[in-house]
Design a protein around this ligand. Structure first.
Ligand code: AMP
Ligand code: ZN
Length: 428
């Protein structure tokens, strides 16, 4: 298929979109009521989308307590796959898919990839973990649906990743932002310049929060266009929201999900432009519909229409999860605020770690920052000045005085999946 859009529904008028949502929502209720969990929690039908706000939220702990199959809405023989969330913040949860669920998911991912400019002629190296995590298989089936040559590289094994990129002239990659920054160090060690020696033109960055400054850094290190990709296993995985070439927010595919933003404290609905917690409802899921799911992710809806012509609303970059918020000396702080400052300083390397502890009963924050090799081994006064600059810039942003330790490149722990940016030792 050629043209600007993968699917006509991308540009559907808002009125038509709302009608479609209401129809699919009522169908979703009918399906969900077959599960033990939703049987008595949902009305038969609603007459207007406004009535959705009176329906109770579904939380992560609901998913955990209905483990393993309290939310299953079809007989098990109709299920062809399960995925499970990473379980970084507690016991894992499980999501079941029918054949048609897997099909709709692949279509949403293909639509998202096509939107960024990927075509059949591309070579797509998928560097996200294959397995229970949805980042690998989710993009895999989408890319095959689109018709690109798909390399199921999975995560890790950096030297092999570089070799694959060179041998098969990969043009598109899917990678976590933290791993992209790390991998660059290996390129330097191998004396390969990704800009001139490779054919990369597009990257999908997702699975963890990162700043606009990190995107820009990755774009310039690799000489490509990086697009933000948002998803969570409870809503399939990747393909929930994706950036278009305008790169001002991610379009949430509203023909497949209902998007709400609520106040994380009160649960009240917020208006477009106001920052709050993203709440999502599946509209096409058969095996395991999930209604008004509290994602824990903090973002806002971009007001106004997107110049790309798509009518589906856009959400801002995810600032973090409600449970990522740190309270240090009484000040509320998201790790992303720190990353934003660090990645804007060219002398700063590609990794950092935030450590928090109590010293004499007071919170203390120490940030270990990797420095570029030539700076680390260079003039000591320049190094001191860099440290002062980091402290000053951070103090202006986070309003507390951090301790900064400048460390050698490639010396901080790293992960091939989601990065661990904060070590909080206060309760120890
Ligand atoms: P999982 O269900 O284990 O794949 O984890 C999903 C979670 O990863 C989401 O709820 C977000 O907290 C985070 N996440 C995924 N994509 C992004 C993104 N593009 N930006 C920020 N956080 C993300
Ligand atoms: Zn757009």
């Amino acid at each position: 298929m050629e043209g600007t859009y993968w699917d006509r529904v991308e540009t559907i008028q808002r009125d038509g979109l709302k009608k479609l949502q209401l129809k699919r929502l009522n169908k979703t209720f009918e399906r969900a009521k077959k599960s033990r969990f939703y049987r008595d929690r949902l009305p038969e039908t609603i007459n207007s989308l406004d009535a959705l706000k009176d329906i109770p939220f579904t939380t992560k702990s609901d998913l955990r307590s209905s483990f393993p199959n309290g939310m299953l809405s079809v007989p098990q023989e109709e299920i062809i796959r399960l995925h499970s969330s990473s379980g970084t913040t507690g016991r894992a949860t499980v999501i079941y898919h029918t054949r048609s669920d897997i099909d709709s998911w692949a279509d949403l991912v293909a639509r998202s990839m096509y939107m960024t400019g990927v075509r059949k002629s591309d070579v797509f190296q998928n560097m996200m973990g294959y397995g229970l995590f949805t980042g690998g298989l989710g993009l895999h089936y989408g890319s095959e649906r689109l018709g690109a040559l798909t390399i199921p590289a999975s995560s890790g094994n950096s030297i092999r990743q570089i070799r694959l990129m060179k041998e098969f002239n990969s043009t598109v990659i899917h990678i976590t932002p933290s791993y992209a920054l790390h991998l660059y160090i290996l390129f330097q060690e191998e004396c390969i310049d990704p800009v001139s020696d490779l054919h990369l033109r597009i990257a999908f960055l997702g699975a963890e929060p990162y700043s606009e400054e990190t995107r820009k850094r990755i774009e310039s290190l690799y000489g490509l266009d990086a697009f933000n990709s948002y998803g969570l296993s409870e809503m399939n995985g990747p393909g929930v929201a994706f950036e278009c070439p305008v790169k001002e927010g991610m379009h949430v595919w509203e023909d497949s999900y209902i998007l709400e933003v609520v106040d994380p404290e009160t649960g009240d609905l917020l208006s477009d432009g106001e920052e709050g917690e993203i709440v999502l409802t599946t509209l096409k899921r058969e095996g395991m519909p999930v209604i008004r799911y509290r994602t824990g992710d903090i973002a806002s809806v971009f007001p106004g229409e997107c110049p790309c012509g798509r009518t589906h609303r856009r959400i801002s970059r995810i600032k973090g999860r409600t449970d990522d918020m740190l309270i240090i000396k009484g000040v509320n702080l998201y790790p992303m605020q720190i990353e934003k400052i660090l990645m804007d300083i060219p002398e700063v390397g590609n990794n950092y770690l935030i450590e928090i502890e109590k010293i004499d009963y007071l919170d203390s924050i120490n940030i270990k920052v990797e420095v570029r090799p030539e700076i680390f081994h260079g003039d000591i006064i320049e190094l001191e000045n860099l440290k002062k600059r980091i402290v000053e810039d951070l103090k202006n942003e986070i309003l507390i005085h951090p301790r900064i330790t400048l460390v050698e490149p490639n010396s901080l722990p790293r992960s091939e999946g989601k990065a661990v940016r904060v070590v909080d030792n206060r309760s120890k």
